[in-house]
Design a protein around this ligand. Sequence first.
Ligand code: GLV
Length: 286
Amino acid sequence: ELEFLEDRKRMSKKVQAIYLWWHKPVIDQELLQSLPNLKVIANSGVGMDHLDLKLVASFGVKMANAPRAVSSSTADTGMALLLASARRLVEGNILILLWLLKIIQDLPTIINLTFSTVIWIIGMGSIGYKIALRAKAFEMNILKEQEEQAVGTTYCEKIDGLLQRADFVMVVVSLTPQTHKLIGKREMELMKPTATLINISRGAVVDQEALVTALQTGVIRAAALDVTHPEPLPRDHTLLKLKNVIITPHLGIKTDKATYMITEEAVENILAALNGLPIPSEVLPS
Ligand SMILES: O=CC(=O)O
């Protein structure tokens, strides 16, 4: 039996599974208390930062996300941003007019990806792994230390050297209290002045104030962001005005096939939970 609900207050007590469609409905204590039969919440994406995992688990409710459906799409978006920034595609699309009108003669230099260009992928989960595959295909160098997978307490000791060596820093890590503003002023100052920061995780993983300053003062070359904090940014936000930034509206997984694939994965997770089987993409509270 399926119910499509806009108004969470109308949710029947019989509900056993919720498919969270782009963070809706909001799951809080009140809702969980009102659903005594709830067994599983399946999320329509990979990031679970909108859910209080511990709270949900304390009600004996299982949770699942959809990494199979979203990893490749998100990795493609990350690479598209990397390429667009390196090859100045967005700027080039504007410059073509000035060039054909002979207003400009000299075109800007674009950045090479091959020949010892180094990418550091922060967050070697299912998306990070797919980015690594793509970066390899572009003959980029992936930092060996990646495998050490350092998010957590050992992170601070490791992060500095990697930031200093990377030409492209791709942020893919989940947003948690530990990764909030993980990339701040200090981290950006460690980066090469020629480096590019790409964020496809969550806006709050990067300190946006510090990013604005870093981009304005040449601390780093450029940024390419599919995520910001908040989304969308207010109209007068400086990030929207800087020439060395590309921003897309959280397009990460919004492909033509995504809705189908994500829903299919969510249904698999829900059916497994309802039948008491192992949930393929179960997410546990950390
Ligand atoms: O943002 C997209 C996701 O969390 O999968």
